[in-house]
Design a protein around this ligand. Structure first.
Ligand code: C2E
Ligand code: MG
Ligand code: MG
Ligand code: MG
Length: 283
């Protein structure tokens, strides 16, 4: 294509770089307005107990629908929000909204449902993190026993005393803690028994290959076994088909999450889904 359009590789590279830079700038400009324009919304992704087939929790996933640009993926705008200093108000909006919706799910008869919330590293490391969280739980009157925070390996890795302190404080508040995308962090495993964790979420990249590749299923089996020895529960994320589910169930994986159950759903569709769910799919 380089030849036909009359441009050489060098020019194309610079064109692309320029386009990326302008997208970055444009997104940044729009992102600054997104909260006041009410452009964020949440979808909820169910997590099912592999034994009882019950939906025990939902994970809140943020979405951004920009008027002109359409849907922007969180993997693009979350890092940008961190970079340009917007992550704290956006995170607080997400947590507030997730708590309000959790109250609504409880009110609608799903009184045991828990809410899993992804936490940004920058928010977690901020001085007032625990207070900002707790203020939201108090204001929305949500019980911390219904809350699970999803952290990543890189957040707990700087093995600092303050990190341990923070995690212990969160646990004392009654909040559950899980490690998201487990296995992708290149970190030492030493934090696993030093930190007060409840759950490991095996990254979906390990799940996608388990029905076809022996090596991938060996890794998943080893993670599950290790987690159980450490008294941690295991969630498999990214479960897309029956074969994967059956292998995970056989290996005693505690919880299942993925498109095989459903795609993430907006609040009202989730309520309908919860009403309809009978676990039949997993029998
Ligand atoms: P994550 O927390 O590991 O979330 C899982 C991602 O995988 C979600 O993408 C989900 O839609 C997708 N997924 C779940 N099951 C399947 C499956 O079976 N197949 C496939 N192909 N994909 C599946 P999403 O919503 O685009 O989120 C991407 C990442 O962005 C999240 O990864 C999380 O790190 C971050 N993120 C999303 N929402 C929030 C949020 O509210 N706050 C923060 N701080 N980060 C968020
Ligand atoms: Mg997550
Ligand atoms: Mg994950
Ligand atoms: Mg992931």
């Amino acid at each position: 294509e380089a030849k036909s359009s009359g441009k050489n590789q060098y020019e194309l590279y610079h064109l692309e770089m320029h386009q990326n830079e302008s997208r970055h700038m444009i997104l940044g400009t729009y992102l600054r307005k997104a909260l006041e324009r009410n452009e964020f919304y949440l979808v909820y992704h169910p997590i099912v107990d592999a034994n009882t087939k019950e939906i025990v929790s939902v994970e809140a996933l943020v979405r951004w629908k920009q008027k002109k640009l359409g849907e922007i993926a969180p993997s693009e705008f979350i890092p940008l929000a961190e970079e340009i200093g917007l992550i704290i108000p956006i995170s607080e909006w997400i947590i507030q909204k997730a708590c309000e919706d959790l109250n609504n799910f409880h009110f609608n008869g799903h009184s045991k449902l828990k809410m899993c919330i992804n936490i940004s590293a920058l928010h977690f490391n901020q001085e007032g993190f625990i207070k900002s969280l707790n203020d939201i739980f108090v204001n929305t009157n949500v019980s911390t026993h219904h809350i699970e925070l999803e952290l990543t390996e890189s957040m707990v890795m700087p093995n600092a005393v303050e990190t341990v302190d923070k995690l212990i404080k969160l646990k004392k508040l009654g909040i559950k803690l899980s490690i998201d995308d487990f296995g992708t962090g290149y970190s030492s495993l030493s934090y696993l028994n030093r930190f007060p964790l409840d759950t490991l979420k095996i990254d979906q990249s390990f799940i996608s290959g388990i029905s076809d590749y022996k090596e991938d299923s060996s890794i998943v089996e080893a993670i599950i076994m290790m987690a159980h020895r450490l008294h941690l529960k295991v969630v498999a994320e990214g479960v897309e088909n029956k074969k994967q589910y059956e292998l995970l169930k056989r290996e005693k994986c505690n919880f299942i999450q993925g498109f095989y159950i459903t795609k993430p759903l907006p609040k009202h569709k989730l309520l309908a889904f919860l009403e309809d769910w009978d676990g039949e799919l997993l029998k």
